[in-house]
Every structure is written in C-alpha cells, then in structure tokens.
Design a binder for this molecule. Structure first.
Ligand code: NDP
Length: 257
C-alpha cells in the first residue's frame, strides 16, 4: 500500500501563524495555506490588508484571527503564541515572513538601522520559533518555515544588515532543523528570487539594475507572488515530512549563475 495521495498536501485541521501575513508576499502565503485547509493567525503592527485577506480566507472556508503586535518587542513571541493557543488550541505551522530592507552606502550605514533589520528579520524569527517549538514538541509535530532571500546566499553592498540577517536565517533554519528533528518538527526555508512586488518596483524600473537582473535569470523573467504558493504548501504539508534544514530557492534559476 503506497501512503501517498492528494491528502499528503492537505492542511485540513492545521493552524498556521504567519507574521506579516496580510499584505505583500505574506498575503499569498496566507491564501495558499488556507486554500489547502489551514486556519490562519496573522500578526502585523497595522491593520493594512486585514479585511481583504479575511474575505479570501473565509471564502476558502477557513477561519482567520488577527493580532496587532510589533514582533520585535520584548516578550512578543510569548504573547503571540499564547494568543494563537487561546484562539485555536494548537499551532502546527509557523511562517516567519515579516521582514524589512534598509539601504545605505557602507560608510553611512547607521547603527540603529542595523539593529532594526537584525531585530526583525533574525531575532524575532528566533524567538517565535523558540516559543512555537515548545508547543509543537508537545504535539510531536510541526513545521517552521523561515523566509530567506537571494541574500541568504549572496552579498548586497547597500543592504548590509539585510544580507547578514538572511544569511543568519539560513543558519538558524539548519540549527533548528537539527535540534528539533527528534520532536518531528521540520524546519525549512523559502528563498524568493526577484519577485514583482511593490517592494521591488523601483528595482524593476531601474534602467540599469532592472535589465541586469532579468539578464541574470535563466528563465529570463521576474517571478510573480503566485509562484511561491505551491512551494509554501509543500513545505507546510506532510508531503515534505522527510525534508528538513533546506532553504528552497524559488528564483527561476537566479542562483545558478
Ligand atoms: P512587505 O513590506 O510588503 O510586508 C511586510 C509585512 O511584515 C507587513 O505585513 C508588515 O505589516 C509586517 N511587519 C513589518 N514589520 C513588522 C513588525 N515589527 N512586527 C510585525 N509585523 C511587521 O514585505 P514583503 O512581502 O516584500 O516581504 C516579506 C518577506 O519576504 C520578507 O522577509 C522579505 O525579506 C522577503 N522577501 C521579499 C522579496 C520581494 O520581492 N518582495 C524577495 C525576497 C524575500 P505592518 O507594517 O503592519 O507591521
């Protein structure tokens, strides 16, 4: 009897916490996971996008709850995971998505900008995964998915803390994957390539960098957010139960060159 069918990708009965899950790329992760049956808990500071994503998740037949919270505040991780447990009674999937990028020339880079990016992109993910793992280890199952980027592998000469934080998230993914495997918790990452979003609009339209990037991508095209949805569902579902500690690039082959 082969134990593999369409249910291997099902997320029915699962609860997913997605940081920054109401707008940008996070919105697509919330929609992807709810399309496959997960209930969703979204945390962000502002309420931008909440109403729109709520409509879509509910039209998928799933429940969504929101919390307005800065995830870099001390104690935020406990507060957030407690709220998820209060609402849903469990936590199966954590997507560490919220992130920022601040640019400057090296000699002008401000210490406070370094701290802002590291605190959000790296430290908040560490703390949330830490508290989530305490819940998931008791359940003897869980999926933690960290969002990396091309800067998990490459430098970025005007985005020092971003490149450091995204390299850090790759290391964190491996370390947690190793440590949490005995509890049947898989920890993986998704590294979006050059995706057409508001955040990258200026880059797409830059007369020098725009064509340079396109030229560098073997597929010859920037990605669209929808292309991240299948990989996200795969990493969140039991179809990937023997996959742990990898950061999956979704980049049209960008890293090959
Ligand atoms: P956006 O800026 O569009 O969205 C970021 C989300 O995170 C928002 O929902 C925001 O909500 C939330 N957020 C930001 N700061 C905090 C905070 N302190 N506490 C709680 N929530 C916060 O980002 P993208 O969708 O572009 O990026 C999402 C992730 O994908 C990031 O990790 C980014 O590095 C990565 N990525 C993006 C790429 C792209 O092409 N866009 C490419 C590669 C990687 P609010 O402001 O209300 O708090």
């Amino acid at each position: 009897m082969v134990k593999f069918d369409q249910n291997s990708f099902s997320l029915k009965g699962k609860v997913a916490l997605i940081t920054g899950g109401a707008r940008g790329l996070g919105k697509y992760y919330s929609i992807a996971l709810s399309t496959y049956g997960a209930d969703i808990f979204i945390v962000s500071r502002k309420q931008d996008g909440w109403e729109e994503v709520q409509k879509i998740i509910e039209s998928n037949g799933q429940r969504v709850e929101f919390l307005s919270q800065d995830i870099t505040e001390p104690g935020a991780a406990d507060k957030i995971i407690n709220a998820v447990i209060r609402q849903f009674g469990k936590l199966d999937i954590l997507v560490n998505n919220a992130g920022i990028q601040l640019r400057n020339d090296v000699l002008d880079f401000k210490d406070e900008d370094w701290l802002k990016v590291i605190n959000l992109n790296l430290n908040a993910s560490y703390f949330l995964a830490h508290v989530a793992a305490k819940v998931m280890s008791k359940q003897r199952s869980g999926k933690i998915i960290n969002i990396g980027s091309m800067q998990s592998y490459r430098a970025g000469k005007r985005i020092f803390p971003y490149a450091a934080s995204k390299h850090g998230i790759l290391g964190l993914t491996k370390a947690y994957a190793d440590a949490l495997a005995p509890y049947n918790i898989q920890v993986n990452g998704l590294a979006p390539g050059y995706i057409m979003t508001d955040m990258t609009k200026a880059l797409q339209e830059d007369p020098v960098r725009g064509p340079e990037i396109k030229e560098h991508i073997p597929s010859g095209e920037w990605g669209v957010p929808e292309e991240l949805m299948g990989p996200m569902v795969f990493l969140a579902s039991s179809a990937s139960d023997y996959v742990t500690g990898v950061m999956l690039p979704v980049d049209g082959g960008y890293l090959l060159r």
